[in-house]
Design a protein around this ligand. Structure first.
Ligand SMILES: Cc1cc2nc3c(=O)[nH]c(=O)nc-3n(C[C@H](O)[C@H](O)[C@H](O)COP(=O)(O)OP(=O)(O)OC[C@H]3O[C@@H](n4cnc5c(N)ncnc54)[C@H](O)[C@@H]3O)c2cc1C
Ligand code: SF4
Length: 453
C-alpha cells in the first residue's frame, strides 16, 4: 500500500498508509480464489464472511461489501487498520502458502473508508419490546461490540465510560498516525444508531457501583474495563520528571491532543533524547509519537532480541524506517536525575539470552560488568499494563486470577457472579482489538441466554 514518505511523516501526525484507491482494491480483490472452505473466515475472531465481501469489492458492489462486513464487525475501519491480520485471516489464506496472501485487512479498510465517504448508515435501531436493561462498563472495543449486539437483539444497552470520549485504547492509546480519531468517532456514531446509549465521565466503582445499578433494574452486566494500569520497572529514579508510563504519555498525546499545541493548551515536552523501554505496539507508538513531537533521537530499549519483540512486524518496520534506534539485549537498571528533579541519564546493562521462561521466550540474563549510560531527557515505560482495581474492589466475591484479571468463562464470558459477565483485556490481560470484540460478541449472546433464562 502507498504510504507517506518517512522523511515527511515524522514531521506530522497524518496517517502513514494512504489506503487503496478503487482500482487497487478491485485488483487486489480479484486475486481471491473464493475458496469453498474459506480458511480465512476461521482465522477471523469475529468470523467475517471474507470471500463474500471480497467478491462484492471485485464486482464493485461496495455498499454490499460493507453490509457483509458489518453483519459481524461494527468497527471495520478500525480493524482494517490495526488488526494483526498477518497472524489471523491472512496467515491461513490459501495464497499464504505461496507467500502472498490476499491483503484482507487493506480490503476491509477500503470498504469501510468507501462507506464513510460515500454511504448512508447501514445500521438501524431495533424496534419492538425491550427485553431488559443491560449495563456495559467501558466503551472500548469489547464494550461497544457487546452493547451493539445487545441493542440489535432489542435490549436497552447502556455503556458507562470513565473518560469523556468513547473507544478506549482506540482513542486514548493508538496514535492518530495509525488510527485517525474521526474514523473511530464515526464508527462509534454508527453503533449509537443501533440504540446504544453511552454515558461519559462515569466511573463505575466511584459514581455508582454494580450493586446500585442492580437496584436501578439492570438485569446483567458486562465488564469491559480493559487493562489500564501501567506496570513500572521498580528501578531507582522512576519518579523523576520526564519519566512517563506509556499510558500517560499516549493519553496526553492523543486524548489531550498535546500534538496539536498551541491549538490545544496541553503540551508535552519530550526534549532531545527519548528512551522507550519495551518493544510491543505500545512502545512503537510511544517512540514514533515522541519523534513527531520533536525529539532528535529516540531509542527503543528492549531486553531481548528483535525476534522476540511483541510488536506487529509492520510497526517495527515503520519505526525503523523513521529512524528509531534499537538498543536490543539491554535492560535499564537506574534512571539518574539532576538537582532539579529532571531526568538526565538512563543506566543500562547488556544481556545475553538464557533458557526459555514460562512465556516460551528465552530469558534475558545480564552480562556482568556490561553497564553503560545513555544521556536522556525523557524515559517512557512501555512494559505492559494490568487491570485497574477501582471497579473490581467494589464487587464483593468476584473471582480474580493470579494476575488480578477477572476470572470469566472463556466461552460464555460469565463470571462466578451469575449476572456479571466480563471480556476483553480485563480478562485476558493486554491483547488485541479483535480479541476484545470477539469477547464482546460471546458475552452478548450469553447475556441474552441468561436473561431469557
Ligand atoms: C498504545 C496501544 C497500541 C495498541 N495497538 C494495537 C494494535 O495495533 N492492534 C491491536 O489489535 N491491538 C492493539 N492494542 C491492544 C488493544 O487496543 C486492546 O487489546 C483493546 O483495546 C482492548 O479492548 P477493551 O475493550 O478490552 O479495553 P479498552 O480498549 O482498554 O477499553 C476499556 C474502557 O473502559 C473504561 N473504563 C475502565 N475502568 C472503568 C470504570 N471503572 N468505569 C467506566 N469505564 C471504565 C476505560 O476508560 C476504557 O475506555 C494496543 C494497545 C495500546 C495501549
Ligand atoms: S483463503 Fe484467501 S483466497 Fe481463499 S477465500 Fe479466503 S481470502 Fe480468498
Amino acid at each position: 500500500m502507498r504510504e507517506q514518505d518517512p522523511k515527511e511523516r515524522i514531521k506530522n501526525f497524518g496517517e502513514v498508509p494512504y489506503g487503496y484507491n478503487k482500482e487497487e482494491a478491485v485488483a487486489e480483490a480479484s486475486r481471491c480464489l473464493q475458496c469453498k472452505t474459506a480458511p480465512c473466515v476461521g482465522g477471523c475472531p469475529v468470523e467475517i464472511d471474507i470471500p463474500g465481501f471480497i467478491l462484492a469489492i471485485k464486482e464493485e458492489r461496495f455498499s454490499d461489501a460493507i453490509s457483509i462486513i458489518k453483519r459481524t464487525n461494527n468497527l471495520p475501519a478500525v480493524c482494517g487498520r490495526v488488526c494483526p491480520q498477518e497472524d489471523q485471516c491472512e496467515k491461513v489464506c490459501v495464497l499464504a502458502h505461496k507467500g502472498d496472501p490476499v491483503n484482507i485487512g487493506s480490503l476491509e479498510r477500503f470498504a469501510a473508508d468507501w462507506y464513510r465517504e460515500n454511504g448512508d448508515s447501514c445500521e438501524t435501531k431495533t424496534l419492538g419490546v425491550k427485553a431488559g436493561k443491560v449495563a456495559v462498563i467501558g466503551a472500548g472495543p469489547a464494550g461497544l461490540t457487546c452493547a451493539s449486539d445487545l441493542a440489535r437483539m432489542g435490549y436497552d444497552a447502556t455503556v458507562f465510560e470513565a473518560l469523556h470520549k468513547p473507544g478506549g485504547v482506540l482513542t486514548y492509546g493508538i496514535p492518530e498516525f495509525r488510527l485517525p480519531k474521526d474514523i473511530v468517532m464515526k464508527e462509534v456514531a454508527d453503533i449509537e444508531v443501533t440504540g446504544v446509549e453511552i454515558k461519559y465521565n462515569y466511573i463505575i466503582g466511584k459514581i455508582k457501583t454494580i450493586d446500585t445499578l442492580r437496584d436501578e433494574g439492570y438485569k446483567a452486566f458486562f465488564i469491559a474495563s480493559g487493562a489500564g494500569l501501567p506496570y513500572f520497572m521498580n528501578i531507582p529514579g522512576e519518579n523523576y520528571n520526564g519519566v512517563y508510563s506509556a499510558n500517560e504519555f499516549l493519553t496526553r498525546v492523543n486524548l489531550m491532543k498535546a500534538y496539536k499545541f498551541p491549538e490545544y493548551d496541553t503540551p508535552i515536552n519530550v526534549g532531545k533524547k527519548v528512551a522507550v523501554v519495551g518493544a510491543g505496539n505500545v512502545a512503537m507508538d510511544s517512540a514514533r509519537s515522541a519523534l513527531r513531537l520533536g525529539a532528535e533521537k529516540v531509542y527503543i530499549v528492549y531486553r531481548r532480541t528483535e525476534k522476540e519483540m511483541p510488536a506487529r512486524i509492520d510497526e517495527i518496520h515503520h519505526a525503523e524506517q523513521e529512524g528509531i534506534e534499537f538498543h536490543l539485549l539491554t535492560s535499564p537498571v537506574e534512571i539518574v536525575g539532576d538537582e532539579t528533579g529532571e531526568v538526565k541519564k538512563l543506566i543500562c546493562l547488556k544481556n545475553e539470552l538464557g533458557e526459555p521462561d514460562s512465556s516460551g521466550r528465552r530469558r534475558p540474563v545480564a552480562i556482568e560488568g556490561s553497564e553503560f549510560e545513555l544521556e536522556m531527557d525523557t524515559v517512557i515505560i512501555a512494559i505492559g499494563n494490568g487491570p485497574n482495581p477501582v471497579l473490581l474492589e467494589t464487587i464483593e466475591g468476584l473471582n480474580l486470577n493470579k494476575w488480578g484479571n477477572i476470572d470469566a468463562d472463556e466461552n460464555t464470558c460469565q463470571t462466578n457472579i451469575e449476572d456479571i459477565f466480563a471480556g476483553g483485556d480485563i480478562v485476558t490481560g493486554a491483547a488485541t482489538v479483535i480479541a476484545a470484540m470477539g469477547a464482546g460478541k460471546h458475552a452478548a449472546k450469553n447475556i441474552d441466554k441468561y436473561i431469557r433464562g
